[in-house]
Design a protein around this ligand. Structure first.
Ligand code: HAS
Ligand code: CU
Length: 562
């Protein structure tokens, strides 16, 4: 049975979540091409350099916050219903959707208000050019912060729907192991609840009252710290859904089975434990945080590489198993016997391959002393376009080719366009991101409308700055084309009539080493959440205490000695 026929109500919700995600992707991609042409000096006719920062805010918010959150909500909704074999609690899940959508509209209106010169609302100019890392001292219209808060609150409500589905399932299946897909969703949501506390306090206690004029000062260090407390784990909120796809669906697309269910559970538990007590690796250059605590964050970050390295081995082993099931031989020649022409498979594999490179640039970022070389340069956008911009985004697009037919009952249209699309994205990203990393090493700053500084010569180690700029522009253009190709396939499929029987289904084959090999303690959420909170208290307690000791709103505080 096709998913849409078994669970029509849940399918409708997943479709709505995906449609919002795709609209955000379209507008975000348009902003992307505008700014990549602008900052490289190739074409500056679309917006003024002052408006560049508003476009950049729109690009980051729509892609990194709206596209991701709505797509993940859709994927998780599908995964929980699919693996627990039931419709999701209807009312809770839909109220999550509407709260998130209201938040998105508020944030989007305040960003776009800044470009079109909207009149002031509530006594404040309607504008938000605070970038997607919206901490003080830059200030946006209150509507932007209220919108951001609603997106987060909506995602909390969505999590409630997944947990409620689990409790219903549990009362009927008291002794069974939590199915792997649901386990992954719930572990991700627990990590998300723990980590969003930081941004919720930042926005509700400080930024909203400050933007409304109710308080005059905020402490930039305190609000930045609260932001990055959330700002690192949010990257795993994007990565873990991609891992859910790579662990549970990709092996099937390769014609095989997942190698190990227990290992997959260990990986997700490791993320729950370690995602949050590392946020200071975004603040190595901030004064007011003792070096010892930056060092703790660095050490935790290096441990946090482990779940991803485990993933690389397990996922590649599972795909190899798939290839061998299809008769492939040889040490490496099995790679040839994989379905590279199928867009869902090819997209996930290319996303994984690119994430290997993104992971390596992440390790460089994480080193406390090497970080000083690349911090605030365009190297950092180079890093995150490989991670969130490919590991997440390309996986999301690829798996849509497989999932959208199942939640609509319609066959995928424009198949040939779909099968080239992941390659266009991969090539565009390879060109753009490589040049960004190199340009960062030459010292070219990020978040800058005109980093071309005619009187100042940046020196590249190899090649010239002009050549790097051109590559960033060409890569950015290819990415825009890749996004457009994806959206054409999706629009055509969603608008088509239903006809014929589908050849895809959501049945996930049993792993080679199944849940019965997993120690039961891995499913003990209370234990893992308690340890996660303890690690956070150790990593954040004393530095946060010293930041608030001199008054909540007073900027600056002496670092405590270690
Ligand atoms: Fe990061 C900055 C460190 C992972 C996103 N990161 C950012 C920012 C973003 C971001 C958005 O320590 C910028 C924020 C801003 O605006 O300022 N990051 C890391 C580390 C990891 C890492 C150590 N980042 C991510 C992921 C992201 C993401 C994931 C989004 C989804 N990052 C940093 C640091 C900074 C930073 C510093 C601050 C920089 C600064 O100074 O501002 C690690 O988690 C990476 C581990 C990954 C691996 C790779 C494993 C390989 C796998 C591939 C499997 C292959 C397959 C296919 C399946 C070790 C899993 C095979 C195919 C075949 C053909 C065989
Ligand atoms: Cu980080």
């Amino acid at each position: 049975m096709v998913f849409v026929d078994s669970y029509p109500k849940t399918s409708k919700l997943v479709r709505s979540e995906f449609i919002v995600a795709f609209v955000a992707l379209g507008i975000g991609a348009l902003f992307g091409i505008i700014q990549s042409l602008h900052r490289t000096g190739v074409f500056r006719g679309f917006v003024s350099s002052a408006d560049y920062y508003t476009i950049l805010t729109g690009h980051g918010v729509l892609l990194a916050l709206v596209f991701t959150t709505f797509f993940i909500a859709g994927l998780f909704t599908w995964a929980v219903a699919n693996s627990l074999e039931r419709e999701l609690p209807h009312r809770i899940a839909w109220s999550a959707f509407w709260v998130m959508l209201t938040g998105t509209v508020l944030a989007a209106v305040s960003i776009i208000g800044g470009i079109v010169g909207a009149p002031s609302v509530l006594g404040h100019d309607l504008e938000a050019d605070v970038l997607f890392t919206f901490y003080a001292p830059m200030k946006a219209h209150p509507a932007f912060y209220i919108g951001a808060a609603l997106i987060i609150v909506g995602s909390w409500i969505a999590g409630l729907a997944y947990f409620k589905a689990l409790w219903e399932w549990r009362s009927e299946n008291p002794d069974e192991r939590i199915p792997l897909q649901t386990f992954m969703v719930l572990t991700t949501m627990l990590m998300w609840y723990v980590s969003t506390i930081g941004v919720a306090v930042e926005v509700v206690a400080f930024l909203i009252p400050w933007s409304l004029g109710l308080i005059q000062n905020v402490d930039p260090l305190l609000t930045r710290t609260l932001f990055w407390y959330f700002g690192h784990p949010v990257v795993y909120f994007w990565l873990m859904p991609a891992y859910l796809v790579w662990y549970t669906i990709l092996p099937k697309l390769a014609g095989g089975r997942l190698f190990s269910d227990p290992l997959a559970r260990v990986v997700f538990v490791a993320f729950l434990l370690l995602s949050t007590p590392v946020g200071f690796h975004h603040q190595y250059t901030d004064p007011g945080i003792p070096s010892g605590y930056k060092f703790i964050a660095m050490t935790n970050t290096m441990f946090l590489l482990l779940p991803s390295l485990l993933t690389a081995f397990t996922v590649v082993a599972s795909v190899e198993h798939g290839a061998r099931q299809r008769g492939a031989k040889g040490y490496l020649s099995w790679l040839r016997d994989l379905p590279w022409g199928k867009p869902a498979f090819a997209g996930c594999m290319l996303a994984g391959l690119m994430f290997a490179a993104g992971g390596f640039s992440g390790m460089i970022n994480a080193g406390m002393n090497i970080n000083y070389l690349i911090h605030n340069t365009i190297w950092v956008p180079g890093h995150f376009h490989l991670t969130v911009g490919t590991a997440f985004a390309l996986t999301a697009m690829a798996i849509s080719y497989w999932l959208v037919p199942q939640i609509t009952g319609k066959k995928l249209r424009q198949r040939s366009l779909a099968s080239v699309q992941p390659y266009v994205w991969f090539v565009g990203m390879a060109i753009m991101s490589n040049a960004m990393h190199r340009a960062g090493l030459a010292g070219i700053p990020r978040r800058t409308a005109e980093p071309t500084y005619d009187e100042f010569a940046f020196e590249g180690v190899a090649g010239t700055v002009g050549e790097m700029r051109l590559q960033i522009a060409i890569g950015g253009f290819l990415l825009f084309v890749g996004a457009a190709m994806f959206l054409i396939v999706m629009a055509d499929t969603l608008l088509a009539r239903r006809g014929g029987t589908l050849s895809v289904n959501g049945n996930i084959p049993e792993p080679l080493s199944g849940a019965d090999h997993s120690p039961r303690i891995l499913d003990n959420y209370k234990l893992w959440t308690a340890i996660a909170l303890l690690l956070i208290v150790i990593a954040y307690g004393p530095p946060l205490a010293s930041m608030v000791a001199d008054g909540l709103f007073a900027p600056g505080s002496p670092p405590i000695p270690v």
